[in-house]
Ligand binder design. Structure first.
Ligand code: ATP
Ligand code: MN
Ligand code: MN
Length: 301
């Protein structure tokens, strides 16, 4: 009888056959957002999300007690995720081999959510070719309090500088403070080549525009500037994936946007998981259907 079911298990809390336990548990204290709502968001966004998530080593931000409490960044799996999530063995820099998680389908995605994952971060390379990045990312990290108009201008300037070198790039609102400028690559160059390009490009931009950018990660160097974080582009580094929810105050989302939208964006948090329907429509819209897609190689610097 229904009366014997656990009070916090609702019938629709098994998207793609994965039972979400404690769906009524509030995981975002400020907005009152529940684990069940997060699971429903990921179930709805599965298709556009998997376009970026599948076949990629991922790290997870897991928050077993919700986002207000201790969260941890999980890079490896020693078996806790079972066989509903795929794995790829990767040689570590410091020696040895570790199993990384790979989420290839809806079942894997919802299994991670059931395991209290809020954020999905991906390598810049495919699981099937981990030594050759298929994207480069410039992560614009503004100093606390900097006017977002500065972030907008900085992202557009980066797009233009990359464009002068023949590189198409795409903007993503991080769901936090900044914008990511994403440069798809054809996966012909290896990590050392991409890291070298990213670091030299970032340093050159910071040198040419010292009032706007710094390429030095030290917080003290920021002083009203934007840290042009090129460190996402080394082997083993990750960046938050498109359509991932964020473990921030509100259940904001990392969202691909058009350059025209960036022009009028007032912060890096235009969407939350409550916007699932709109995000699905957008992902399939003409303006965004080719977002993040370009077959291109790094030019000589
Ligand atoms: P924001 O716009 O607020 O900066 P962001 O996603 O760019 O949002 P950053 O702090 O710039 O946030 O994060 C850079 C990246 O570092 C993250 O996207 C993530 O992939 C990685 N990262 C986050 N936490 C850890 C961690 N504990 N250990 C290693 N890497 C992490
Ligand atoms: Mn950032
Ligand atoms: Mn950063």
């Amino acid at each position: 009888t229904p009366a014997s079911a656990p009070a916090d298990t609702v019938p629709d809390a098994a998207p793609f056959g994965i039972t979400i336990t404690h769906p009524d548990r509030v995981i975002y204290p400020k907005s009152g957002t529940t684990k069940g709502e997060l699971a429903a968001y990921y179930a709805q966004l599965a298709a556009p999300m998997l376009q970026w998530l599948a076949d990629r080593p991922v790290s997870l931000v897991r928050c077993p007690q919700g986002r207000g409490k201790q969260c941890f960044f999980q890079k490896h799996d020693s078996g806790a995720f079972g066989d509903k999530v795929d794995h790829v063995a990767i040689r570590e820099k410091k020696g040895g081999v570790e199993d990384y998680l790979v989420v290839n389908d809806e079942v894997g995605l919802l299994t991670c959510v059931q395991m209290n994952t809020i954020e999905f971060h991906g390598w810049g390379a495919r699981a099937s070719d981990v030594e050759h990045p298929d994207r480069m990312i410039f992560d614009l990290d503004p100093e606390e309090g900097l006017d977002f108009a500065e972030v907008r201008r900085a992202a557009v300037q980066l797009r233009d500088l990359l464009g002068e070198m023949g590189l198409a790039s795409f903007a993503m609102a991080s769901g936090g403070k900044g914008v990511h400028v994403v440069v798809p690559l054809d996966a012909t160059a290896d990590w050392p080549a991409v890291k070298d390009f990213a670091s030299r490009f970032a340093r050159a931009v910071a040198e040419a525009h010292p009032k706007r950018f710094t390429a030095n990660m030290r917080k003290i160097e920021r002083r009203n500037r934007i840290f042009l974080d090129w460190l996402r582009n080394e082997r083993g580094a990750t960046a938050v994936l498109p359509y991932s929810a964020r473990a921030r105050d509100a259940a904001t989302v990392a969202a691909p946007i058009t350059w025209a939208e960036l022009d009028v964006l007032s912060d890096a948090r235009p969407f939350t998981i409550a916007d699932a329907a709109r995000l699905i429509d957008r992902a399939g819209s003409r303006d965004l259907s080719d977002w993040g897609i370009a077959r291109q190689q790094l030019p000589a610097l």
